[in-house]
Design a protein around this ligand. Structure first.
Ligand code: NAD
Length: 256
C-alpha cells in the first residue's frame, strides 16, 4: 500500500490487459492515474470503477500514433492531477503472425507506428512535465521479443528491439535530470493480445495455451499483475538508482 502515494501516472493502452492491471495496481498503491486508450467504453468503465473505490483515475481517448492527441491529453492529465511523475508506455499491437516474406509494407508500418512512434510521442511529451516536477520514471513495455527471436512476427520483434534501445538511450540522456527510463520484457502473459494471437495460429485454444505456457521454464504463462508489480517497482522511489535496465518478467524464458 502507498508505494506510489503522491505520484501521478499515465498508462497508455490502460483499458484492458497488462495496461489495465498497471492502472489498478498503481491506483491501489496511491497514485493518481490517467488512462489513455482507443477503447473508450472499457477505459471509461475502469475509471468509473476505480473512482467508486475512492481512487483518482480518469480516462482520455487517445490514439498513441497521434502526436497532437498525446500531447493534449498529457497536458490535460497533468493539469487535472497536478503534474506527471510516471509514464507507462504500454499500448502495443502484435500485428499479423506471418513470415517476413509475406508481411506487407502497410502491416509493417502500422506495428512500428503504435509500438515505436507511440513510445516516442509518449516520452517526448511526458518529459517537459517530469522536468517541471524535478524528475520522473518512464516505463516502456518491450517484450521477450525485444531480447531474443521467437519466430513468425518480424515487425513486432523490430518494434520491441527498438523500444529496448530507445529506453537505454533516453536513460542516459535524461539521467542528470532525475528522469529514469527502463524497459520491461514480459514473457507470454494471458491477455486479449495473446488470446487473439493463439486463436489466429491454432485451431485448439486450450492446447495452444498449454503449449504457450510450456515454453517458459516455470511451465505456465504469466498474469497481467506479474507485470503490474514490476511497473510499481520501477515507478516507485524504491528504484531510484535503477535506470536503463531491461527487466525480464518472463518465467525464465530468456534465462536459457
Ligand atoms: P492487449 O491487446 O491485451 O491490450 C493492448 C491495449 O493497448 C488495448 O487496451 C488497446 O486498445 C491499446 N491500444 C492498442 N493500440 C493503441 C493505440 N494506437 N492507441 C492507444 N491505445 C492502443 O495487449 P497486452 O497483452 O496487454 O500488451 C500490452 C503491452 O505489453 C504491449 O506493448 C505488448 O506488446 C506488451 N507485451 C505483451 C505480452 C503478452 O504476452 N501479453 C508479452 C510481451 C509484451
Amino acid at each position: 500500500m502507498n508505494r506510489l502515494s503522491g505520484k501521478t501516472a499515465t498508462v497508455t493502452g490502460g483499458a484492458i490487459g497488462i495496461g489495465r492491471a498497471c492502472v489498478e495496481r498503481m491506483a491501489k498503491e496511491g497514485a493518481k492515474v490517467a488512462i489513455f486508450d482507443v477503447m473508450q467504453a472499457e477505459g471509461e468503465a475502469l475509471a468509473r470503477e476505480l473512482a467508486a473505490e475512492g481512487h483518482e483515475v480518469a480516462f482520455w481517448r487517445v490514439d498513441v500514433t497521434d502526436e497532437a492527441a498525446v500531447k493534449a491529453a498529457l497536458d490535460a492529465a497533468a493539469a487535472r492531477f497536478g503534474g506527471l511523475n510516471v509514464m507507462v508506455n504500454n499500448a502495443g499491437i502484435s500485428g499479423a503472425p506471418k513470415p517476413t516474406d509475406q508481411v506487407t509494407e502497410e502491416e509493417w508500418d502500422r506495428v512500428q507506428a503504435v509500438n515505436v512512434k507511440g513510445v516516442f510521442f509518449g516520452t517526448k511529451h511526458a518529459i517537459p512535465h517530469m522536468r517541471k516536477a524535478g524528475g520522473g520514471s518512464i516505463v516502456n513495455l518491450s517484450s521477450i521479443a525485444g531480447l531474443v527471436g521467437v519466430g513468425g512476427v518480424s515487425p513486432y520483434h523490430a518494434s520491441k528491439g527498438a523500444v529496448r534501445l530507445m529506453t537505454k538511450n533516453d536513460a542516459i540522456t535524461y539521467a542528470a535530470e532525475g528522469i529514469r527510463v527502463n524497459s520491461i520484457h514480459p514473457g507470454y502473459i494471458w491477455t486479449p493480445m495473446v488470446e487473439n494471437h493463439l486463436r489466429a495460429t491454432s485451431p485448439d485454444l486450450e492446447a495452444a495455451k498449454v503449449a504457450a505456457g510450456s515454453v517458459h521454464p516455470v511451465g505456465h504463462m504469466g498474469e497481467p499483475d506479474d507485470i503490474a508489480w514490476a511497473v510499481v517497482y520501477l515507478a516507485s522511489d524504491e528504484a531510484k538508482f535503477v535506470t536503463g535496465i531491461e527487466l525480464a518478467v518472463d518465467g525464465g524464458y530468456t534465462a536459457r
